[in-house]
Design a protein around this ligand. Structure first.
Ligand code: ZN
Ligand code: ZN
Length: 346
């Protein structure tokens, strides 16, 4: 072993380098510190979190938020190697927690161990979205109406479901202000009040793509904010006069609508078992919609006639048979009524 003339000026022990020995050096460094207080701001209504000035929906629980907050408050000297940080969180009240931090590591070849404490303040603040909703702020209304009729319960339900889907998709994608603040069934249809123009447009597009019809937009200037003009937009959705699965009478025959097209209908003609195109002005009558059909039993079936037991009166009513479709006695069928006449669906 080489004889060294280097000694630690503090403890007098041989030092492997000029100046303090490793142990004294490690002891002289303040290698661990914790901020006394950290805070988390969240919205009591929707649990969104505010970081800086930005609100986000994290979906994270209090414990994992606390852990990250405390970790960011722990400062360890960069010369410390293999640092192992342990955090224990104790909830003192609903608004306050205490974190006990203990750290071990190696500093200049010496094992070091230290601890510190941080307090977590859980602050509540109403978020941007909730304050808009509670302040009845909105940027548009989607009005779902139908041409010459009231939208059916199916159409109302479908439109409402599309609106909900659009809201969750946008919210998941981080568009916090694309919310639905109100959805009301009115005498004329469905009104969907929306927090952003983007969600209004998406709902109008989706409803018309799936249920047919078209929409028009009607902006209205409602004021000015920071030199920017503020508009509210009404998305006026007009569903077509006929909808899928409507059963119509046309040229004395019955048919079910399979597709609504811009200038007419594609229908399944019961008498001929075939798809036909029909202009809207050729339709003599809307009999009903297959979704509202009743269940009935076939009493007998012969070459020309089918006897159906009317589920309401229990009397047997005759309906014309069709060469390609002849349900047998005892079989259940779906029916709609055209006055006294019973229409058998396929
Ligand atoms: Zn020393
Ligand atoms: Zn909120």
């Amino acid at each position: 072993m080489a004889i060294t003339d280097r000694f630690c000026p503090k403890c007098g022990q041989p030092s492997e380098r000029e100046g303090l020995c490793s142990r004294c050096r490690a002891e002289s460094v303040q290698w661990l510190s914790c901020d006394g207080r950290v805070q988390s701001v969240h919205c009591p209504a929707c649990d969104a979190r505010k970081v800086g000035s930005v609100w986000t929906d994290t979906g994270r629980d209090r414990e994992s938020i606390a852990y990250d907050l405390v970790r960011s408050a722990v400062h360890i000297h960069p010369d410390v190697k293999q640092a192992d940080v342990r955090i224990r969180i104790i909830d003192l009240t609903h608004n306050r927690s205490r974190a006990e931090v203990s750290v071990t590591g190696r500093l200049y070849g010496q094992r070091v161990e230290g601890s510190c404490e941080t307090e977590i303040a859980w602050l509540k603040e109403q978020c941007d979205r909730c304050s808009r909703i509670s302040g009845s702020y909105y940027e548009g209304v989607v009005q779902v109406r139908a041409e010459g009729r009231h939208p059916s319960p199916f159409e109302i339900q479908t439109a409402a479901a599309f609106a909900d889907e659009a809201e969750s998709a946008l919210q998941t994608g981080g568009e916090r202000l694309s919310f639905i603040s109100d959805m009301t069934e009115t005498r004329d249809g469905l009104d969907i009040v929306v927090g952003s123009q983007h969600i209004g447009l998406l709902i109008a597009q989706k409803v018309t793509a799936e249920l047919g019809g078209r929409y028009t937009t009607h902006p209205k200037l409602v004021g000015e904010k920071n030199g920017k003009q503020l508009y509210r937009i009404t998305y006026s959705v007009r569903l077509p006069r006929f909808q899928k699965r409507d059963v119509i009478r046309w040229k004395g025959r019955y048919a079910e609508v399979v597709q609504v097209e811009p200038h007419g209908l594609r229908v399944f003609d019961f008498a001929e078992n075939a798809i036909r195109s029909v202009r809207e002005d050729e339709v003599e009558k809307l009999v009903g919609n297959a979704r509202q059909a009743e269940d009935a039993m076939v009493a007998y079936s012969d070459r020309d006639m089918i006897g159906i037991i009317d589920p309401v009166t229990s009397k047997t009513v005759e309906s014309k048979a069709n060469a390609d479709y002849r349900p047998q006695a005892g079989q259940h069928v779906r029916i709609l009524r055209d006055g006294d006449f019973i229409v058998i669906l396929r």
